[in-house]
Design a protein around this ligand. Structure first.
Ligand code: PLP
Length: 491
């Protein structure tokens, strides 16, 4: 049968609207489920009836509004200022607090917020030719990306293998005269533990250096968990020395993707984040954030979400999530050979395997086969491989089913046994340098692992085992090459 419209994005003749939507729905059928509480990464689902429809309607209202010029679209400026105000108030800033002059910007996501925090810190010190940032290894990879993009040196600080936190003395020792920023996480994404923010901010302040708290993940949950009685240590603007905080609204504020807030303690600290340019014949340009043209859609959707849920709504969702975390942690505790890597103190459950017969990567595949999508984390710098669960409110009704599924998947993983890669492949992974990788070698590796062009295999244990066997730089190069194989145009 000839399909005159073809399957490409630009057919010769336009395709009717209903059919286009059907096509998208058909493509979406291959995706992991964004709703329903069975996907423990990438998505944040409150499971609140009607919220999606509200956010979609708000998104549609402002989708064509351009954040490039706040004077042309005051609606967007008003909503951005309201989001920044709400985030600041939740995080210890605003009128009547010890941080009354907090200002901020709405960005497209956590990574953009972190890049801008680093840029602001770097550009506040134009006297330095080789600026540096101090980041615990548990800090989000986006700091490394910021360092890479902005040509800032990264000074990593190890974390204790038991507490999964950096020692404050190590942070202090890493600060040099060229350090422009010190980072703490509240909490870390990988393990969900909150760094000793007060102590880290104190050593940064003593050295006259900015301190950024990455609360992208936890900034919209920790305050509610504290109100519910959890022993959340101070991590926000109530802590002297904290100069900036990031919080992602597209995570636990449950807004659709594309919204984070970067807060600074005052406007002077924020100023070097901006970029203005008048040395060309076009419009006068001033960009608070990285993007220039920005859709108002995500901002309006976030505004609608916050207003609709309100403090009461978030408190209820946090309570439900807290209980789900406790239930999932219990489910892990009762499976022989599994161990929580950290006692949950936020909304992450992270576990490892102590038994060599129970291969975590196989377990992850077995869970996937049963409709539970978890996130494997490779062994790194003395920390064992682990499985990460981002827990959101929509998980709560699923907790009772997760326990038996985990036990069953663990039994299946034991029965299947650990992944065994050919010894020569493992030896190669352990000894190759990134420079020695040739296109033929990469193609051979990819084919051997089932990584075809345009599609990832159902089972990822072999890929993860190979990556884990490789040194960090080789891991990075392999990841780039493998994803490069997936990103190929369709004609
Ligand atoms: C602590 C933390 N920081 C930064 C980020 C990056 O956020 P994004 O994926 O929105 O760029 C994440 C994402 O999970 C995170 O958990």
């Amino acid at each position: 049968m000839t399909d005159t419209a073809g399957t490409g994005a630009l057919p010769v003749e336009g395709v009717p609207a209903a059919r286009v939507l059907d096509e998208i729905r058909a493509l979406r059928a291959a995706d992991r489920p964004t709703h329903g509480g069975r996907l423990f990464a990438y998505v944040y689902d409150p499971g609140v009836a009607g919220l999606d429809e509200l956010a979609q309607a708000a998104h549609a209202e402002s989708a064509h509004v351009n954040g490039l010029d706040p004077t042309a679209f005051p609606s967007l400026l008003a909503m951005e200022n309201a989001l920044v105000g709400a985030a600041a108030r939740l995080l210890g800033g605003g009128p009547g607090t010890s941080a009354p002059d907090v200002v901020g910007s709405v960005t497209s996501g956590g990574t953009e917020s972190l890049i801008l925090a680093v840029k602001a810190a770097r550009d506040a010190r134009p006297d330095l030719t080789e600026p540096r940032i101090v980041v615990p290894v548990s800090g989000h990879a986006a700091f490394a990306k910021a360092a890479h993009y902005l040509r800032v040196a990264l000074d990593p600080v190890p974390v204790d293998p038991v507490t999964l936190r950096p020692a404050v003395a190590d942070v202090a020792a890493a600060i040099r005269p060229e350090t422009v920023l010190v980072v703490a996480s509240a909490p870390s994404y990988a393990h969900g533990v909150v760094d000793p923010v007060a102590e880290i901010a104190a050593v940064a302040a003593a050295a006259g250096v900015r301190c950024h708290v990455d609360a992208c993940f936890g900034g919209w949950t920790l305050p509610w968990l504290r109100r519910l009685g959890a022993p959340v240590p101070p991590f926000d603007f109530t802590v002297p020395g904290v100069t900036s905080i990031s919080v992602d609204l597209h995570k636990y504020a449950y807004a659709p993707k594309g919204v984070s807030v970067l807060l600074h303690r005052d406007a002077g600290l924020r100023a070097p984040q901006f970029f203005a340019y008048a040395d060309w014949p076009g419009y006068t340009m001033v960009n608070p954030v990285i993007a220039s043209t920005r859709s108002g859609g995500p901002i309006a959707a976030a505004y609608a979400t916050l207003r609709h849920l309100g403090e009461d709504g978030y408190l209820r969702l946090a309570e439900v999530t807290r209980d789900a975390v406790a239930g999932l942690a219990d489910a892990v505790r009762v499976v022989d050979g599994l161990r929580l890597l950290a006692e949950p103190e936020s909304t992450v459950v992270c576990f490892t395997a102590d038994d060599p017969e129970l291969d975590l990567f196989v377990l992850v595949d077995e869970l996937t086969a049963r409709g539970w999508h978890t996130q494997p984390q490779l062994a790194y710098a003395g920390l064992p491989a682990s499985v990460h669960l981002t827990v959101t409110a929509a998980v709560a009704p699923r907790v009772a089913e997760f326990g038996p599924a985990l036990a069953e998947a663990a039994a299946a993983a034991r029965a299947a046994g650990p992944v065994v890669l050919p010894p020569e492949l493992l030896a190669l992974a352990g000894s190759l340098t990134p420079e020695a990788l040739t296109p033929d070698l990469i193609a051979g590796l990819a084919a051997g692992l089932g990584l075809g062009a345009g599609a990832a295999p159902d089972r990822m244990a072999a890929v993860n085992t190979l990556l884990q066997a490789a040194p960090v730089r080789l891991r990075e190069r392999l990841l780039v090459e493998f994803v490069g194989l997936l990103q190929r145009p369709t004609w």
